[in-house]
Ligand binder design. Structure first.
Ligand code: LER
Ligand code: MN
Length: 270
């Protein structure tokens, strides 16, 4: 397992992300602390300087674990299941740009908020739209060598795909080799009755992992049982990234990133 730090582009409008601001500084900070990789949250890849990011990650020998896409929903309302055809099409096209961007770095593309809200519509109706959109994106991803990871989010943030189990069923239905699950300790702590048991059940589709503590601060500052979760990850032979996605509290981004790194290091064999 390798450790990544979530950073985000400067035009981000995403309150739950810790490390907003200058991307180059974010990559440098992650490197300084000891991280292997960064995860980059990007609203619109068109406004990001790919060459500049390539330059800094190559110079510092850092990897890019994944590309976050939620800002396109939070700032612009783009989503894959909207009742408006044009918004659905624009969301799909934006995600293709995220896939192109990810392909430069061998990164995965995250399907979190960008999947959209059900807003009272029948689950089955929304599901068929989502599955069709995801199949098209998966085909596009395959042609670029990029995988897509669907992230269950807690019920207070979204009303479509809250648990590992329901997301697993949807991933099976999409039935594409490059579509899997992103599990996040913060969301699992709210939604999963038995975190370790449920992780075991979806193990064959687990492609990416987010960590924050129960309070969404750095791992080690709350009461989430990381020892038990890491034991499970080891038992299933998880080899992907562990991405730190937490609030910059109580004393700013760099201290939070350090606490997170030290805590994770104590659970992960290098
Ligand atoms: C995104 O990875 C995530 O976990 C969302 O809950 C953002 O708030
Ligand atoms: Mn997350």
């Amino acid at each position: 397992m390798k450790i990544a730090l979530v950073i985000s582009t400067s035009d981000a409008a995403f309150n739950s992300l810790a490390f907003k601001g200058d991307l180059v500084k974010g990559v440098e900070m992650a490197k300084r602390i000891g991280y292997d990789a960064v995860e980059i949250a990007v609203r619109d890849p068109k406004v990001v300087d790919v060459a500049q990011i390539k330059d800094v990650v190559e110079r510092l020998q850092m990897q890019v674990a994944a590309i976050g896409t939620g800002q396109a929903f939070l700032a612009e309302g783009l989503n894959l299941i909207d009742s408006n055809d044009d918004i659905r099409l624009r969301a799909k096209n934006r995600l293709k740009e995220h896939i192109d961007f990810a392909a430069h770095f061998g990164a995965k593309v995250i399907i979190g908020f960008i999947r959209g809200m059900r807003k009272g519509r029948l689950f089955e109706d929304v599901l068929s739209i989502f599955v069709e959109q995801m199949r098209q994106l998966a085909e596009y991803g395959l042609s670029k060598g990029v995988s897509l990871v669907i992230e269950p989010l807690n019920r207070y943030e979204i009303d479509f795909l809250n648990t590992l189990e329901e997301t697993y069923e949807v991933v099976k239905l999409i039935d594409k080799e490059n579509v899997g699950i992103l599990a996040d300790t913060f969301h699992m702590n709210i939604e999963e009755a038995k975190i370790e048991k449920n992780l075991l059940s979806i193990a064959d589709k687990l492609l990416h992992f987010h960590v924050a503590d129960s309070n969404r601060w750095a791992p080690g500052t709350g009461h989430y049982d990381f020892a038990s979760t890491f034991e499970t990850l080891k038992s299933i032979g998880y080899k992907g990234y562990i991405s730190v996605e937490c609030l910059p509290k109580p004393n700013g981004a760099e201290e939070a990133a350090k606490i997170a790194y030290e805590t994770l290091k104590s659970f992960i064999d290098f």
